[in-house]
Design a protein around this ligand. Structure first.
Ligand code: LMR
Length: 398
């Protein structure tokens, strides 16, 4: 039965981990996948998470099934992070949240549900977008197209192009938006631009799906929720996926959530009942541990404050690596100006390196990056910074 099976291509991001792990060079650096490492190159176990975990382990709880939509305390905490603790939408019962297997799991549950709700809609993702957005919505059965986003000349957003495209879309089109820390470009919309996008979604009857994978990695929890809050103030219905892989450093625990804003309480009950059917036929109900840790941290004022301080620490270290890389590349005598790296937001830099240059970095220096030229700044540290800067300068000169 498998004789004719062809080899599938490696995943453009996670496939790099496989190649990196197989590389024997001790100087190798993995700037491919979006994972935060500390200055010693280790994935941190946050102290707030560790404390919540100790409490949980001590309690010696049984391992029953969770509700299909997951842990209610977790789901309610997720809503507050997204919409603010005083959100009228939450108070009105207009928000449903289902715990999901990471941000990817949340997107997939949302995509499968949207396919049942509106099977003929097209999905629009930014050009470029996270490599998995297209594959994920296509695997849910949608035709996926791009809306203009990145302007390589200004290294910012081609906002006129984006607006013109969105204004021409059919009602019911699903538009996937990066809520903050755009992956891969690091170029975000400003507050006024978000207001314009909300207005276009309203005028055109579009279905917004906000992907929030890096809340707290640009400016802070509330500041990074500006897009979600703009949509929530508009009266529109919309979808939002949350990931806690990065901001809680809980990658392998697969902690995420799908939230949907509806027109009212009764609608919420009906929508949740349908989302539960999607979940039940995918994985039945989500795992307990990771969600309980996040809920535990967010339920304690002390642990929450500790978590926000640790998150600020990660954010500050990434910023220091951004300016450090700019300076280190400059110090090599490289003629090209990389100061844009310090302006980009989140974990990534869209370096402008070509696929061929990325390949030379990997072959000659053992430095792994996504072929689009995306590098993860959160994997730089004070020990590998100069090595990476020299490699970038060398491949540019070649
Ligand atoms: C990334 O973009 O590297 C991360 O979101 C990890 C992933 O799942 O691709």
């Amino acid at each position: 039965i498998f004789a004719a099976v062809e080899m599938a291509p490696r995943d453009p991001i996670l496939g790099l981990n496989e190649a990196f792990n197989a590389d024997a060079r001790t100087t190798k650096v993995n700037l491919g996948v979006g994972v935060y490492f500390d200055d010693n190159g280790k994935i941190p176990l946050l102290a707030a998470v560790k404390a919540a975990e100790e409490t949980r382990v001590k309690a010696g709880l049984p391992r029953g099934y969770q509700p299909i939509e997951g842990n209610p305390a977790y789901n309610s905490a997720v809503q507050q992070l997204l919409l603010g603790k005083d959100s009228a939408l939450i108070a009105n019962g207009q928000v449903i949240t289902a715990q999901a297997l990471g941000g990817t799991g949340a997107l997939k549950i949302g995509a499968d549900y949207l396919k049942r709700l509106n099977p003929d809609a097209k999905v629009y993702i930014s050009d470029p977008s996270w490599e998995n957005h297209r594959a994920l919505f296509e695997s849910a059965g949608f035709v996926v197209e791009n809306y203009p986003y990145y302007d390589a000349a200004t290294r910012g957003v081609n906002f006129d192009g984006m607006k013109a495209c969105l204004k021409g879309l059919n009602a019911g089109s699903i538009i996937v938006l990066h809520a903050c820390c755009h992956n891969p470009t690091g170029a975000d919309l400003n507050d006024a631009q978000w207001g314009e996008v909300v207005a276009i979604c309203q005028e055109r009857g579009l279905v917004p799906f906000l992907d929030m994978a890096y809340q707290g990695f640009a400016d802070g929890i509330d500041a990074d929720a500006v897009a979600v809050r703009a949509f929530s103030a508009s009266g529109l219905q919309f979808f939002a996926s949350s990931s806690f892989s990065k901001n809680f450093s809980l990658y392998g625990e697969r902690v995420g959530a799908l939230s949907i804003v509806t027109a009212g309480k009764d609608e919420s009950a009906r929508v949740l009942s349908q989302v539960k059917r999607v979940i039940r036929t995918n994985y039945s109900n989500p795992p307990t541990h990771g969600g309980a840790l996040v809920a535990g941290v967010l339920a304690s004022a002390e642990l929450r404050a500790q978590w926000e301080a640790e998150l600020a620490g990660m954010r500050d270290r990434i910023r220091a690596m951004r300016t450090g890389l700019v300076d280190a590349i400059k110090a090599t005598g490289c003629a090209q100006d990389f100061s844009f790296v310090a302006q980009q937001r989140g974990m990534f830099s869209y370096t402008g390196l070509s696929a061929a240059q990325v390949e030379v970095m990997r072959e000659e220096f053992g430095i792994y990056a996504v072929s689009t030229g995306r590098i993860c700044l959160a994997a730089l540290n004070t020990k590998n910074l100069d090595y990476v800067a020299k490699a970038i300068a060398a491949v540019i000169k070649a």
